[in-house]
Design a protein around this ligand. Sequence first.
Ligand code: LIP
Length: 272
Amino acid sequence: MSLEIQLRDLARDVAIEAGELAVRRRSEGVSIAESKSSVADIVTEADREVETLIRGLLLAARPGDGFLGEESGHEEGTTDVAWVVDPIDGTVNYAYGIPQYAVSIAAARGGTDPLAWTAIAGAVRHPAFDETFSAARGEGAVLDSLDGSTRLAVNTEFPAGALLATGFGYDKATHDADIDTVRRVMPIARDVRRAGAAALDFAHVAAGRLDGYFERGLKPWDRAAGALIVQEAGGRILDLPADRHGRIMTIAGDAELVSRIGDRVSGITADE
Ligand code: LIP
């Protein structure tokens, strides 16, 4: 069994166990531990507890691996594998009781700078729906659910326009620019969804439930697993240069659609 498949299976198993803890804590009531970049950017006690569980399980299975978690930061390892983890992606949904949140776990390679890492395996667990999306580089992407295991493929045909997802950052100062981006992209969309969890947006693009996704300012843990799953489902990930707020635009989906969205976001295509 290849290393990529071993890492995928480990990520999947740990994400399932972590998701069960997140669901239990949600049913017991959620407490906000603190705000981070802004009063809207919250972390719950469950975020921290779930990340601690994930870290413990991964490093027990693979001592010496590196770790980058949204809540605990970066710890360099002694192997050439590092884990990139968002314990609860969609934290605001989780805090409000909206069942659109995911556990995102990716295994990456690439030295000491997390921004240079390349994901080689990953899993996105949607515990409220009992769905696990996963991929190993070069091995395709799959969805495991009550319906069994299904290979994933991005949509390539959208005659009525593309069903797109996007998201907005916690910094209110960036919202005008984000709304302007949506306006630029709308001529090629049939509609837009804003579900509040990047990892699920990527996973749903890979599963063909969305045609494309774009968002500025994603963190490595928001995107590491989901972007690989899109790529292994035949899609493309395009990163555009940072805007005046220092936020890179990430676009996911069928290669031709991604290029069209990128042209509009960049202002290359005039508004119709
Ligand atoms: C969230 C992302 C979402 C984005 C939110 C936030 P978090 O991550 O998944 O796509 O729009 O602003 O960044 O904070 O829930 O881990």
